[in-house]
Design a protein around this ligand. Structure first.
Ligand SMILES: NC(=O)c1ccc[n+]([C@@H]2O[C@H](COP(=O)([O-])OP(=O)(O)OC[C@H]3O[C@@H](n4cnc5c(N)ncnc54)[C@H](OP(=O)(O)O)[C@@H]3O)[C@@H](O)[C@H]2O)c1
Length: 281
């Protein structure tokens, strides 16, 4: 375990499926949670359900708003024990062909999934560096490692998050801060639109529960060194194959293209069951 037994953990997107599950699991382990999100009512509900509810705190902020982010950092700095762990989990998704994505959607996606976690990490780093149990966990996606048609903007944001995580781990190699990266495949949460769920069903793709992802997050937190974890089989294999023999994955995904196009455009294609393509938001 880490040098400190009770950690203060800031979970961004704690009002969502994975963030809520991570918060519950860490609270059960005795940690103190700072629950961040935009939906105050949902955060209150999650906080009320946590063990030792009154030791946890809610921090409502839109992470894309620079002033709100600065206020969030100020609140963290003012805590007597500071913050030990930052889980950059907040995120949004988009399932669109490039030709259908507008600038506003591109901007919102890259801001939420990449710029905001980078800026928040930078601003919270001085506080984190004072902790004996300091860690940063960035929640990426298998789609950051496998370019999947229909997920260009989302995949780019998560590929960027992975590049940022790797760089930060190396920049902080001589510090106490451990930098981790967790890449789930599809997870059963409200993040996925009906079209994405329909696509996954049509392709026979598997998905995980948020609780399973939270357990993987806890394993990273318990690790003494900065680590990367990819969740799911055969997605882990696809990621390796994609790195060494991308043409094989090109061919497998080319077969899915007509189906992806139909779902991305909201048309209802005939149901197919094909288990050879990777699934992962
Ligand atoms: N679900 C999947 O299939 C899947 C797969 C791989 C990776 N992931 C990644 O896992 C992470 C969590 O996703 P999830 O599935 O739990 O999604 P979710 O249930 O939709 O939750 C998303 C969370 O992000 C927060 N959020 C979004 N934009 C924000 C902003 N501008 N400022 C502050 N908070 C913001 C939301 O807060 P409010 O609701 O309070 O606004 C919510 O708490 C994301 O990074 C996602 O990319 C998900």
């Amino acid at each position: 375990m880490t040098a400190k037994e009770t950690l203060t953990v800031l979970v961004t997107g704690a009002s969502g499926g994975i963030g809520g599950a991570i918060s519950r699991l860490l609270a059960e382990q005795g940690h103190r949670l700072l629950l961040q999100g935009r939906n105050a009512a949902r955060l209150q509900q999650i906080k009320a359900e946590l063990p030792h509810s009154d030791r946890h705190q809610i921090l409502v902020a839109d992470l894309c708003d620079r002033a709100a982010r600065a206020e969030l950092v100020r609140s963290c700095e003012q805590l007597p024990g500071g913050v030990d762990v930052l889980v950059n989990n907040a995120g949004i998704a988009s399932f669109s062909l490039l030709s259908d994505i507008r600038d506003a959607e591109l901007g919102r996606l890259l801001h939420t999934n990449l710029i905001a976690p980078m800026a928040l990490t930078r601003d919270l780093l001085p506080t984190l560096q004072r902790s004996e149990g300091a860690a940063i966990i960035n929640i990426g996606s298998a789609f950051g490692h496998i370019g999947h048609p229909g997920f260009g903007a989302y995949g780019a944001s998560k590929a960027g998050l992975h590049g940022f995580t790797e760089t930060l781990r190396r920049e902080l190699a001589d510090s106490k801060v451990r930098v981790h990266y967790l890449a789930p495949r599809a997870v059963d949460t409200p993040l996925n639109s009906d079209a994405v769920n329909d696509l996954n069903r049509a392709l026979g793709n598997k998905s995980d529960s948020p609780q399973f992802v939270a357990a993987q997050c806890l394993r990273l937190l318990q690790s003494k060194h900065g680590r990367r974890r990819f969740i799911g089989w055969p997605e882990r294999l696809f990621i390796k194959v994609n790195a060494f023999l991308p043409s094989l994955v090109d061919s497998a995904l080319a077969k899915k293209l007509p189906l992806v196009r139909q779902f991305a455009r909201g048309e209802t294609p005939p149901t197919v069951q094909d288990k050879t393509a990777p699934s992962a938001l």
